[in-house]
Ligand binder design. Structure first.
Ligand code: HEC
Length: 117
């Protein structure tokens, strides 16, 4: 479980970065969202388990982001191949998912203008 511990610490560091970057942009990345993300999405999206795009990895998110946020949100809610419906987060709301998507793609250039749902 040493690896999992490191992952969580890494994630906390990334949260702070993302929080700073995301202020004033689209859905807020707040503590609630980050706590939920750490509990559910982090499991796969830190190490890329089952082929999940890794948090902040521009190359892995680029083509996905090009689908538009609405599609990413739909795939998060409905699932996509090994991506489970709701990403195992039953407590998450629409805004949480949007904030999580923004957070995971935070190192990328801003999403195309007018793409907001
Ligand atoms: C059990 C592992 C797992 C968990 C937990 C998980 N994901 Fe994923 N996720 C994946 C995998 C695998 C893919 C790639 C699916 C594919 O393209 O075949 C993916 C893809 C995605 C995508 C891109 C979808 C697209 O259209 O390309 C988004 C957005 C996403 N996940 C969000 C989340 C969020 C938000 C959470 C937490 C609420 C989460 N995931 C939890 C495994 C997971």
């Amino acid at each position: 479980m040493v690896t999992a511990g490191k992952g969580v610490i890494l994630a906390m560091g990334v949260f702070m970065l993302a929080g700073a970057q995301a202020s004033g942009v689209s859905a807020p990345v707040n503590e609630r969202t980050m706590a939920l993300w750490a509990r559910s999405c982090a499991l796969c999206h830190i190490d890329g388990n089952a082929g999940a795009p890794r948090v902040g990895q521009a190359k892995e998110w680029g083509p996905r982001l090009a689908q538009g946020r609405e599609t990413l949100l739909k795939h998060t809610v409905e699932g996509l191949n090994s991506m489970p419906p709701l990403g195992y987060c039953m407590a998450c709301e629409r805004d949480d998912f949007l904030a999580m998507i923004d957070f995971m793609t935070a190192s990328l250039a801003a999403a195309p203008a007018g793409d907001k749902p």
